[in-house]
Structure formats: C-alpha cells, structure tokens
Ligand binder design. Structure first.
Ligand SMILES: *[C@@H]1O[C@H](CO)[C@@H](O)[C@H](O)[C@H]1NC(C)=O
Ligand SMILES: *[C@@H]1O[C@H](CO)[C@@H](O)[C@H](O)[C@H]1NC(C)=O
Ligand SMILES: *[C@@H]1O[C@H](CO)[C@@H](O)[C@H](O)[C@H]1NC(C)=O
Ligand SMILES: *[C@@H]1O[C@H](CO)[C@@H](O)[C@H](O)[C@H]1NC(C)=O
Ligand SMILES: *[C@@H]1O[C@H](CO)[C@@H](O)[C@H](O)[C@H]1NC(C)=O
Length: 365
C-alpha cells in the first residue's frame, strides 16, 4: 500500500480558520481582478478595436512627479459626489482638474505630461506666456457661483441650428450647470436656449466683446491655441491696446468680463479629447491641415470632468441640407461647416453617437 498523507482533519481549529480566510481572500482577489479585466475589455469594445488599449504614454504618470497638495485638494473636490457617473469608465483613473492655477500649473503640467507637448495641447516652450496670463487672474476655482452642489447635472448647449424653434429654454435653464460656447448668444434666443450660463468656452477670436452679452454669473473658460492668445489675455486685462496681429480672425479688442470670471483650460483636457477620444494622430501629413477638436467637443470633455450627469443639446447637424442653418442664430449655412478644414466633424459626430448609444450622455435634440 502506498503511504498516504495524514488527512487535514488533523489540523488544529485555528489553522483551519486561517486557511479559510486565505482562500476567501484569494477568491475576492479573483473577483476584483476579473472586474478590472472586464473594464479593460469594455474600454476595448468602446472603440471597437483591440490595439492601443493603453492611454498614450503622456498619461502614464511616472511616479516621479506628484501633484502638489493644492492640486490634489482641487481634484478631490471634483469627487464630492458619491454616486458614480455612467461615463466613469471613459475617464480612466486620472481625473483632471480643468483649470490652470498660477501657483502650481508647471507641476500639474509635469504630472499630466503637458510639459512634453507644445501648444495647443501642452505648455512646452510657452511657460512664460502661461505665467504672465495667469498672473492677471484672481483665482482658479470651479466657479463664481455658490457651488455647494455635490452631484452636478449639466447640460452642454451647442450652437447648432437644430435648437431653432424647439423652445427648450426652460428645460435648459433647469440644470445645475449650463455650459455654452463661443459667441452663441442668449439674448433674443431665451425661449430656445435659456438664459443662464455657468461656463462659456471661448478663445480670443470667439469671445463676446459687446457688453450687451455680459453676464455676471458666467465663468469664461479660455481655450488657448497659441502663445499669442496668452499674450492677448495678459494685454487685455492689463488695459493695453491690442494688436490684431497673429490671429486667424479679429480677436476681441476689449474685455467685458471681470478677471475674477476668467479661467484658463488645462490643455490636458483638449489633448485627451484629440488623442484619446477622437484618435487624432499627433502628427498630420504635411499637405493636410492639422485637425483640432471643436469647442463643442472640448465642452463635453470639460463636462465629464466636473459633472455627474451630462446632457447635451444643439449638437446635431443635417449634412444633407446645404442651405440649412448652421447655428440657432445668424445666417450661416451648413455648407460653411462642410468646408471647414480645421475640424473632423465626421469623427466627432461618430464619437458623439457612441456616447449617446452607451448612455454616457443624454441628447435633448
Ligand atoms: C451656498 O448655498 C448653501 C446651500 O444652499 C448655503 O447654505 C450657503 O450659505 C451658501 N453660501 C453662500 C456663500 O452664499
Ligand atoms: C421658427 O419660427 C419662426 C417664427 O414662428 C419662423 O419664421 C421660422 O421659419 C421658424 N424656423 C424654423 C427653422 O423652423
Ligand atoms: C445671476 O445670479 C443672480 C443671483 O442668483 C440672479 O438673481 C440673476 O438673475 C442672475 N443673472 C443671470 C443673467 O442669470
Ligand atoms: C440653396 O440656396 C441657393 C441660393 O440661395 C439656391 O440656388 C439653391 O437652389 C438652394 N438649394 C437647396 C437644396 O435648397
Ligand atoms: C440674416 O439675413 C436676414 C435676411 O436676409 C437679415 O435681415 C439679417 O440681418 C441677417 N443676419 C445676420 C446676422 O447677418
């Protein structure tokens, strides 16, 4: 007869209890690991491709750089809502605080990898311009309004002609946070687009300069594309005369907002939109104009970073009707949009459709 091992029933009670806990821990680990793995698969299926599942290298924090304590606090304040947003998997682990602050923007840039990219998606070689512009701003808080709401319901209002005659104004005004962009007016269009504006994303060529559009409750979020934009902000807030040189269109020559209402968007937000979500190449062929995300898509990315629920309106375009209105205001037609060389509207519409299909956002129009 082969020698048999002593059966485990001989183990003392304490040892058996210990073994039980070790086994339970192993099972728990298996479940958690499986969950993480599922999340990864989910991430893959979102893009319908299996390659480059990992974020671009810029998003992998080396562990050498650490967020300064103030930035950690700001970032934690974004997570004051205990409910998990539907789009959580889209954001990954690293939630970016959306605005740059004068005292620590360099270290925050190092942390997110923005020091490795030149404008428009990073701060490399433009640090001094950022420093100058930020020195004119009073604060970098999330907003001027009393923002004690933990779980923010947000609506991003695009400027699309689809908003015409939909009388969505009252509905739009009912959200905690209303994000608008560029020079999409409120005055005269209240019935269709509402009255309130919490954030307005703009750049020097698109910011309102007519005081009629002034709203004391709005925080202006400046998207910086070139060093000239930062110099413009520094000059205009310093009361200097603005030269229109270096802009692709006449910029605002006077500032209707108080400096306490202005923020500078962290370029990491735009970079994430361009490279991770729209999958733009970091280099375009010489004969092709480099494509950048539209303000609308950047606004949606911003919303994902500060909101718990994101709804959108005014983002649908009817490409079959060349004479249809491009915006809910003015006389521009769809044909102007089709000629646009700086955006990839097709890629953006596909991305938005995915967001809607996955219930990450609710589309009102
Ligand atoms: C902000 O709102 C909360 C709740 O509505 C209120 O208790 C608080 O006093 C407000 N703070 C300011 C500065 O208005
Ligand atoms: C919207 O309504 C106005 C006034 O009722 C009308 O003149 C206009 O043609 C309508 N526009 C669209 C796009 O339906
Ligand atoms: C700005 O906020 C104040 C206080 O909440 C409110 O009375 C006023 O109507 C708001 N103005 C606009 C244009 O939304
Ligand atoms: C679009 O407008 C142009 C000029 O106003 C006109 O000639 C053309 O027939 C219109 N096309 C359609 C499809 O309505
Ligand atoms: C749009 O066209 C109408 C009619 O042709 C004109 O009265 C109006 O001034 C135009 N609006 C703008 C913003 O150009």
């Amino acid at each position: 007869m082969l020698p048999t091992r002593k059966p485990p029933s001989g183990l003392p009670v304490m040892k058996r209890i210990l073994l039980f806990f070790i086994l339970a821990a192993a099972v728990m680990y298996g479940i958690l690991h499986g969950n993480l793995w599922r999340n990864n698969l989910y991430w893959i299926s979102f893009y319908g491709q299996t390659s480059s599942v990992r974020a671009p290298p810029s998003y992998e924090t080396s562990g050498v750089t650490q967020l300064p304590p103030t930035a950690v606090e700001r970032r934690n304040a974004l997570d004051s809502c205990v409910l998990k947003p539907a789009f959580e998997s889209l954001l990954g682990i690293d939630k970016i605080y959306p605005f740059l602050c004068a005292n620590d923007f360099i270290r925050v840039a190092e942390f997110h990898g923005s020091d490795k990219f030149e404008l428009p998606y990073g701060i490399k070689r433009a640090e001094q311009f950022f420093r100058l512009a930020l020195s004119r701003l009073q604060n970098c808080g999330l907003s001027n309004e009393n923002d004690s709401i933990a779980c923010r319901r947000c609506v991003v209002v695009g400027n699309g002609g689809v908003l015409r005659n939909k009388t969505l104004g009252e509905k739009i005004d009912s959200y905690d946070v209303i994000i608008r962009m560029n020079n999409g007016p409120v005055i005269g269009y209240e019935e269709d687009v509402g009255r309130r504006t919490t954030f307005r994303l703009s750049y020097p060529e698109s910011i309102f300069s007519d005081p009629i559009h002034y709203d004391p409750n709005t925080t202006v979020v400046l998207i910086v594309f070139k060093p000239r934009d930062l110099k413009w902000l520094w000059e205009i807030l310093g009361g200097q005369k603005i030269s229109a040189k270096g802009f692709w269109k006449k910029p605002a020559l006077n500032m209707i907002y108080k400096s306490s209402q202005i923020r500078i968007l962290d370029p990491s937000i735009t970079r994430k939109t361009a490279y991770e979500w729209l999958r733009f190449p970091t280099r375009f062929p010489k004969k092709e104009k480099p494509k950048h995300p539209t303000t609308g898509l950047i606004a949606i990315t911003l919303a994902f970073h500060i909101c718990h629920e994101v709804h959108m309106a005014g983002f649908k375009y009817d490409f079959t009707d060349r004479n249809g209105s491009l915006h809910y205001y003015g006389n521009d037609t769809m044909s102007q949009m089709m000629q646009n060389e700086y955006h990839n509207i097709d890629a953006e519409q596909k991305f938005l459709k995915k967001l809607i299909d996955k219930n990450f956002v609710v589309n009102l129009t």
